[in-house]
Design a protein. Structure first.
Length: 217
């Protein structure tokens, strides 16, 4: 473990390949991240959801799928575990596992504990993505539809920011714009890039209150 920090993990590929076959129970695929500008492999819809939220959260520099394989000893003998992601961000390095809370068994807990110890030994953070608050994934997924660069030739954005300063609702800001459909697209874009903000604990709708975001400047 002492040598892991110095290892060039960012230059390595996944510890195992992502495979597709008929009748498999999990859903692997590739998720594009604006933060890194490339596709990242995932093995389940839960992992895809995590990549989406990481992309929205910002500060992400690099994400590595299945970056390393741990071998550790338990009371029942030697075991192996491959964490799902290594996330490099402006806020530190995170080793991440993804597993729905109702599917976590005793062996999973041992594997996650070993991953947490490995992260601690490297000076990294560790987290287990096991449960999301209601509406978070649904709302972030809706905003992601406008995450690509979006020009403003009609000049609708100043009005959107003005509405957010007054804490107006999504619907009110859109209706007051001269070009309502365009304003709705730009609202989603600005929400994704955190220049505007909403309460992620509630469904995104016309009644959602919009405020200035953390990156409004």
């Amino acid at each position: 473990m002492a040598d892991l920090v110095a290892a060039p993990v960012t230059r390595l590929g996944p510890m195992r390949g992502f495979t597709w076959r008929r009748e498999q129970r999990h859903r692997p695929g590739l998720e594009y991240m604006v933060s890194t500008g490339r596709l990242h492999g995932f093995e389940s819809l839960e992992e895809a959801g995590l990549l989406l939220v990481l992309d929205f959260a910002g500060n992400v520099v690099e994400v590595l799928s299945q970056p390393l394989r741990l071998k550790f000893r338990t009371a029942g003998g030697w075991r192996r575990h491959t964490p799902d992601f290594l996330v490099i961000s402006d806020l530190g390095i995170w080793l991440v596992d993804v597993r729905p809370a109702d599917l976590i068994g005793d062996k999973d807990r041992e594997s996650f504990a070993a991953a947490a110890e490995a992260a601690l030994a490297c000076g990294w953070h560790y987290t287990l993505a096991a449960r999301w608050k209601p509406y978070v994934l649904m709302t972030v997924d809706e905003m992601s539809s406008r995450r690509r660069p979006l020009a403003d030739p009609l000049g609708v954005r100043p009005g959107l920011f003005a509405g957010a300063r007054e804490a107006m609702t999504f619907g009110e800001i859109a209706v007051e714009s001269t070009f309502e459909p365009v304003a709705r697209a730009h609202l989603l874009h600005l929400l994704w890039h955190r220049r505007l903000g909403i309460d992620l604990g509630r469904p995104l709708a016309d009644r959602s209150t919009v405020v200035l975001g953390s990156e409004a400047s």
